[in-house]
Write a protein that binds this ligand. Structure first.
Ligand code: CTP
Ligand code: MG
Length: 235
């Protein structure tokens, strides 16, 4: 039997920038929690065999209740105090799985990830050990140092990363082993860890979607409610 593909839904954060007084993934948009939307997207995808939810401590029972209706939601585990620590918690749960296992890490805070985006990541994992999802930058992106523009990369080469990010389990494990041994560890996502600690592993970038926004600040909830209930223009 082929190894089951695992989707890890990272919901271990507490939503400081949202300031809702509880983790933002527990906010409802379109009549379902943000976490519920994210689990549903992976549960419904035929290429996904299993969903692991990583939740902020103190909210495990709420996450278990949200995950309960989804047949593929195999485990709800406690995260750590950084996104990196939450990813590591998931990797520990997957310790016994073969290295060729495909694993996708998704921000629970992106409730509108769709089947097409998930499918592109899974397809790209046939030929690559690491896959990211990007959308072209609309704004010009500049590097600012000490209040001055240090460099201005050509906008056509700039992408904004979204999730899911997909990996062969063996590769992401190796990357984290090296990362955890580095006292200067710094990264905002899992591809950042691969890029830094396994520089020889190419990271394939596939197209994301403008709908796949990360609900981060209060304005994003207004946009998310609209997207959940009123549909959206072609994007
Ligand atoms: N995340 C996680 N464990 C953490 C921190 C973040 O699993 N310790 C998850 C979040 O739940 C979210 C995703 O990583 O789904 C992206 O993080 P972010 O948008 O920064 O969420 P928060 O950390 O909750 O928000 P903030 O940074 O504003 O506190
Ligand atoms: Mg955060």
């Amino acid at each position: 039997m082929a190894t089951r593909t695992v989707a890890v839904v990272l919901a271990g954060g507490t939503g400081e920038r949202m300031g809702a007084g509880r983790p933002k993934q527990l906010i409802e948009v379109g009549g379902r929690t943000i976490l519920g939307h994210s689990i549903a997207a992976f549960d419904a995808h035929p290429g996904i065999g299993e969903v692991v939810v990583v939740m902020a401590s103190g909210h495990l029972r709420e996450a278990a209740a949200i995950a309960a209706p989804f047949p593929k939601a195999a485990a709800v585990i406690e995260g750590g105090d950084s996104r990196t620590a939450s990813t590591v918690a998931a990797l520990r749960v997957l310790a016994g799985r073969p290295g060729e296992t495909r694993v996708l890490f998704h921000d629970a805070a992106r409730p509108f990830v769709d089947a097409a985006v998930i499918g592109r990541v899974l397809d790209a994992l046939d030929g690559h050990e690491a896959v990211a999802v990007g959308v072209p930058a609309s704004d010009t992106i500049v590097v600012v140092e000490d209040g001055l523009v240090a460099s201005m990369p050509a906008r056509e080469t700039m992408s904004r990363f979204q999730t899911p990010q997909g990996f062969r389990l063996g590769a992401i494990r190796r990357a984290y082993e090296l990362a955890l041994a580095d006292p200067g560890l710094r990264a905002t996502d899992d591809c950042g860890i691969v890029h830094r600690y396994l520089p020889d592993v190419p990271i394939r970038v596939v197209a994301g979607s403008e709908r796949n926004l990360k609900v981060t600040r209060p304005l994003d909830v207004v946009v998310a409610e609209h997207l959940a209930t009123a549909g959206h223009p072609a994007m």
